[in-house]
Design a protein around this ligand. Structure first.
Ligand code: GTP
Length: 597
């Protein structure tokens, strides 16, 4: 296919503004799917995506469209909108020449509209503003267009107005894509350079690698070389997503598609790598991607110790499909052998955990998440710390530094005061306020990352009755007066329950945490003391009183089936528990810190 008839674009938007619905319409209008097959969000095919109604993984789909007597190939990439998945967005943008910026006709420009639009501007893409949901009974189309001009700085005079739900304006949208987005460049005769932008594991066919051809041509019988791993493979099949996998004979510059090359080994394919031809090799690899920074860490331990290897295999599989996720083995006195896992944010963590449980069937105990810290030791050495259990003796620490994020809020103007109070309570530093029209404002703060990732979004939503949105970006590390808060259960330190908190809030958090743990840990035959401590100083204490009766005692020994039922019930309850010495600690207790703010 000649590059002049190819268009590569992304669809970017704030969450729920209608990207996936618009993608479905593009598939429908181009005939890639029929009205009969049309069901909402065809591309969100992961179970977690269906459960949560959100897009997690980017997809690249090729559709054909006839326009003024020529067949154009439109490759579009549906991207996730949530802040945790900026990394997926930036990767998608690097494979495109243009972007559709979808904005809800009532909600207007929101925090991630701004963040994603800036990312597209930075990637030098042609941006087409699209106002979606014009069918809503109440819209603010003219104001929304003004917001696009004033806040983002894009010319909105030729914005497209659509209703993705009702299929209005879709042809105009496609015409704008063909007319306004530049065709990809690249010489079909040059040595092959194809950028690996994703990969997944298929149980039957091995690794499926997603590529965008930058230079040269890839053919179905080629022998290829992955430049980073220096591995060589015979191509078994190449093809495109239309939207299901469809084999083809060749892929030229600008085209996106997949390669199956019999690779069975997990971890041999790297996102950002370059594929070239064995024998006619490109001289230099493509620049690839910046490695994403994991900002949230937690421990994941199999409940059943014999599942350790299975968990390792599943984590490997997950990491292959998601380059922004990392893990290394670790051991804990309380939890045994497990892994320390790194994520881009909390939603990312929840999704990986849910996918592990749904797709892999491994029962997990997960420890409370924490952010990464930086420590300057007295020796002058600076170390990164992603597990509170590893904090050295306080006498060895010269400076404890925490990650700081620049947070942008977009909210109704009458809620500014309440949100400023929320930020002040969380050690925020005020930056500026800008009014967007008469009743909305943009507020910028610098806040410690640890203060925003757990529940800031929920708090913001409740303060602003759902109308406030936020986006953040980590800007660096700053010294703070931080301490490690230890938890002792029946006199013994449980390092898996340790957290890092600010000294000023340590007593309050300690008290709240032991109180919460008391609710989560059930009664035993003996008394269980729960203590929160900083160093050797105990700052809070609660006691779980001893259980008076045996659960089966009231069965009078006679009714065997009832007794068995009770024991069965107990066993079930135990599933998500870890025995620690004599005390059983349930999964929920490990996450108590999140609710003990
Ligand atoms: P994420 O993938 O989670 O980032 O969301 P998204 O931007 O892909 O939004 P999605 O397409 O899932 O749409 C969000 C909601 O808006 C769904 O309930 C859609 O049915 C609805 N929606 C999308 N387009 C329209 C439209 O044109 N009109 C109306 N009334 N509703 C729409």
């Amino acid at each position: 296919m000649k590059p002049e008839f190819i268009r590569n674009f992304s669809i970017i938007a704030h969450i729920d503004h209608g990207k996936s619905t618009l993608s479905d319409q593009l598939l429908l209008k181009s005939g890639a799917i029929t009205e009969r097959d049309f069901h909402e969000q065809v591309l969100d095919d992961l179970d977690v995506e269906k459960d949560r109604g959100i897009t997690v993984k980017a997809r690249a789909v090729a559709i054909d469209y006839e326009y003024e007597g020529n067949i154009y190939q439109l490759n579009f990439i549906d991207t996730p909108g949530h802040v945790d998945f900026h990394y997926e967005v930036s990767r998608s943008l690097a494979a495109c020449e243009g972007a559709l910026l979808v904005v809800d006709a009532f909600q207007g420009v929101q925090a991630q509209t701004v963040a994603n639009a800036y990312a597209a501007i930075e990637a030098d893409l042609e941006i087409i503003p699209v106002v979606n949901k014009i069918d809503l009974p109440v819209t603010r189309i003219e104001e929304v267009l003004e917001e696009v001009e004033n806040i983002i700085g894009l010319d909105s005079s030729d914005a497209i107005r659509v209703s993705a739900k009702q299929g209005i304006g879709i042809e105009d949208c496609i015409e704008a894509i063909i007319k306004r987005i530049p065709a990809p460049k690249g010489d079909p005769e040059a040595p092959l350079k194809a950028l690996v932008f994703d990969s997944k594991y298929d149980h039957y066919r091995g690794v499926v690698t997603y590529v965008r051809i930058v230079e040269g041509t890839l053919r179905s019988k080629d022998r290829i070389r992955f430049m980073r791993g220096e591995t060589v493979h015979d191509v078994i099949e190449i093809g495109q997503f239309r939207p299901s996998m469809e084999a083809c004979q060749s892929l030229g510059p600008g085209q996106a598609g997949y390669i199956i090359a019999g690779e069975k080994e997990l971890g041999n394919i790297h996102v950002g790598d370059t594929v070239t031809l064995q024998g006619r090799q490109a001289e230099e690899a493509l620049p690839g991607y910046k490695q994403p920074k994991q900002m949230v860490f937690c421990g994941m331990y199999p409940i059943d110790a014999t599942d350790f290897e299975k968990l390792r295999y599943e984590l490997d599989r997950m990491a292959l499909n998601d380059a922004s996720f990392s893990f290394i083995p670790e051991t804990s006195d309380a939890l045994g052998f497990g892994f320390r896992c790194g994520f881009l944010g909390m939603l990312h963590m929840e999704i990986i955990q849910q996918r592990l449980e749904q797709e892999a069937d491994v029962g997990l105990i997960q420890t409370a998440p924490n952010v990464t810290y930086e420590l300057k030791l007295n020796s002058g050495e600076v170390i990164k710390l992603d597990n509170p259990a590893d904090v050295p003796e306080s006498g060895n620490i010269d400076e404890f530094r925490e990650p700081i994020a620049k947070v942008t809020f977009i909210l109704p103007a009458d809620k500014i005061g309440a949100v400023m109070q929320l930020c002040a309570d969380r050690r925020g530093i005020y930056f500026n306020t800008e009014f967007l029209g008469t009743d909305r404002a943009q507020l910028v703060y610098e806040l410690p990352l640890a203060e925003i990732i757990y529940d800031m979004h929920d708090k913001l939503k409740s303060i602003t009755r759902g109308y406030g949105t936020m986006d953040y970006e980590v800007i660096g590390f700053r010294p703070a007066d931080l301490v490690k808060l230890d938890i002792l259960v029946k006199g013994t330190l449980v390092e898996a329950l340790a957290t890092i908190v600010h000294r000023d809030s340590s007593e309050r958090r300690g008290r709240a945490l032991v109180k919460k743990l008391k609710e989560e840990i059930h009664k035993h035959q003996f008394e269980v003391a729960l203590q929160a401590a900083i160093g050797s100083r105990v700052i809070a204490r609660e006691t779980i009183s001893a259980l008076r009766k045996n659960v089966t005692a009231k069965c009078y020994g006679g009714d065997i089936s009832r007794k068995r039922k009770l024991l069965e019930k107990q066993k079930k309850g135990k599933k998500r528990m870890k025995q620690f010495g004599e005390v059983e600690i349930p999964q929920k207790a490990f996450l108590s810190i999140l609710e003990a703010g």
